[in-house]
Design a protein around this ligand. Sequence first.
Ligand code: 5GP
Ligand code: ZN
Length: 118
Amino acid sequence: NGDAGSYDCIFCKIAKKEVPANIIYEDENVMAFLDIAPLTKGHTLIIPKYHYYNLASMPPLVISHLGSVLPRIARAVCEAVDAPDFNMMQNNGIRTSQVVFHLHFHIMPHHPTDAKKF
Ligand code: 5GP
Ligand code: ZN
């Protein structure tokens, strides 16, 4: 199913700071960092530090904590790049656009000059 597990997972390495990233938020269980190939300016990824394959495999307490910090991170990201609006995207499984099999939410700030997309 495309799940490499935590072994050799790039987002696990970012969470453990074994691989550098532009971290914009961090607490005990959650990290947010800039996407290496941004689709819009400020494109941010939000992950649980622990390795979960996708949304369907998230324990309720972990996803509820992540969900509770999402709005704050989205607001901070949008403020930082002066974007009034944003898209949130989240892929689950190899038949979607998921290519990193460590659960993540995309926040893509939408800039006034951007064409409508996603
Ligand atoms: P997916 O298609 O799995 O939902 O999105 C994976 C995202 O992770 C892509 O937008 C890709 O650019 C980003 N990404 C992949 N490898 C790295 C990396 O090493 N560092 C960072 N910051 N982002 C990455
Ligand atoms: Zn992982």
